[in-house]
Design a protein around this ligand. Sequence first.
Ligand code: NAD
Ligand code: UDP
Length: 316
Amino acid sequence: MGANVLVTGGAGFLGSHLCDHLLKEGASVVCLDNFMTGQEANIAHMQNNPAFSVVQRDVADSVDQSPIPSIIEEIYNLACPASPVHYQENPVHTLQTSVWGAFNMLELARRTDAKILQASTSEVYGDALLSPQTESYHGNVNPIGIRACYDEGKRAAETLFFDYHRLYETRIKVVRIFNTYGPRMHPADGRVVSNFIMQALRGEDITIYGDGRQTRSFCYVDDLIEVIYRMMHSREGFTGPVNIGNPGEFTMLELAERVLSLTGSRSKLVFKPLPQDDPKQRKPDIGRAKTELGWEPKVPLDEGLTMTIDWFKRGL
Ligand code: NAD
Ligand code: UDP
């Protein structure tokens, strides 16, 4: 018998891929989602699987457990909008999602004695003054800026996880996810990879924010799901935090050029204002993931982009 697993945010981009992976591993999966940025289409193919069920609920709402099954062995806490466009729409709710959501899921883990994994983020490093970013770096977050609802929410969630671990010996696993892309990103998600691909495929201008010299490190979704699963099943007592992502670092101009060349698009680059507090450089140090989890990403950017472009093309 596989494990009984709860995935919050299971109808989203990463969550739905994780549900697929867990079902393949023989788990029974409950997906909890409020469908704010998630889509029915992401999970439609799982709906007839008796090992899969959906609870439509806000993770920030009360800790009343019904209709979540009483036996839960693992919780993956992914519920939270991840695109700056969406998490800034209702910043107060974003903070509630991260903090109350973490609290509610930690309480559930405590009651059911489940192991719990938190999807944290590279955003805890803010506009990092150190590159590559190691887990020991405490970050450079503007606590009153427009990204703070997400960054500080995720930081506070990490705090809650480690306090539950110290106070109640809750079995926690914390991963800090760096920019990830792939099929099932919402076309209107607003993040850079989906924006550039959609713009290139439609022949629209490619919107470069700022001068395009800021960097990000992009991980293909399959690599990321594999390491999230490994983290949940890592040695007893290994809590993380652990950086997970692809250390290959690219400027947004380089990303735009690759998307243009892989799509064969003639779209032009246009420059738009850089959003406030947009981090200049982001690259994970993945030494800890290599040592503790025996993991490193395998899919190079061009290969991952090609698979993602094919998927977006099919949707058009
Ligand atoms: P996504 O927006 O596609 O998915 C988030 C899911 O959570 C959606 O299905 C959404 O409906 C659901 N959700 C949001 N608020 C909720 C709430 N209050 N209650 C219940 N459900 C709620 O984003 P994603 O890229 O799949 O990200 C998943 C997780 O991974 C997030 O926690 C995000 O912070 C984290 N993360 C993602 C990335 C990335 O590059 N994709 C990077 C760092 C961290
Ligand atoms: N960006 C861009 N054009 C877009 C969307 C984003 O140049 O259409 C830039 C954005 O300013 C940031 C980077 O791409 O520097 C990554 O943005 P994204 O929203 O994907 O994620 P972030 O890492 O900022 O959370």
